[in-house]
Design a protein around this ligand. Structure first.
Ligand SMILES: Cc1cc2nc3c(=O)[nH]c(=O)nc-3n(C[C@H](O)[C@H](O)[C@H](O)COP(=O)(O)O)c2cc1C
Length: 176
């Protein structure tokens, strides 16, 4: 059996990057991980844009109050869904996002999800649409910044798991 659990436990949101570029094969691997995620009815409504241009990254880093790390990323992926192709585009794109995040962790890279859809700054989606010339029929769910991390965080610990959220056979009310 191949060991996936170490990558899952070690994956953390890393927001501080050296600013180095990533190699083409690394970006290809990340996109491949994204593309091979499960998809409801296999409708495959997700699109991914890889952005490496430094000026574009700077612009994208300014679209939300929580996207500053994008400026120094080696690549930032912008994740789009096509609601006309699948009503489950959010679920599909989320599954694909997690594949990419895990592949980044497994490759020793730092990555972080940046939310775009349904945040307090309603203009975020419009700003990105304008910067990247995204057609109106596609929605923008999020971005994922990826880079060579300046530092790593501690991996997750077993003690972080809220056991009251784990249920066996039927829903069990917490006694605490
Ligand atoms: C739907 C979603 C939206 C998120 N949005 C942001 C964001 O806009 N900016 C950011 O820095 N982190 C964002 N994160 C990362 C979370 O803050 C992070 O996953 C959480 O603090 C747990 O830390 P960990 O990823 O290291 O386990 C987001 C994560 C998810 C799943």
């Amino acid at each position: 059996m191949k060991e996936l659990i170490p990558a899952i436990v070690e994956r953390r949101s890393l927001r501080s990057y050296t600013g180095e570029s990533l190699e083409k094969w690394q970006i290809d691997n990340l996109i491949k991980a994204f593309m091979f995620a499960p998809s409801a009815m296999n409708y495959r409504p997700c699109h991914i844009i890889a952005v490496q241009n430094r000026k574009t990254l700077q612009k994208l880093s300014e679209v939300t109050p929580w996207s500053k790390m994008v400026a120094k990323s080696g690549v930032t992926f912008v994740i789009l869904g096509d609601p006309e192709r699948s009503r489950w585009w959010i679920e599909d794109c989320s599954a694909a996002n997690e594949n990419l995040l895990l592949e980044a962790a497994d490759m020793g890279l730092g990555a972080c999800w940046v939310q775009v859809r349904d945040i307090s700054d309603e203009d975020a989606e419009k700003k990105i649409r304008d910067i990247l010339e995204i057609p109106e029929n596609l929605r923008i769910l999020n971005m994922i910044a990826v880079g060579v991390p300046k530092r790593f965080k501690e991996k997750h610990r077993e003690a972080e798991i809220d056991k009251s959220h784990m249920h066996w056979e039927k829903f069990q009310k917490s006694t605490s």
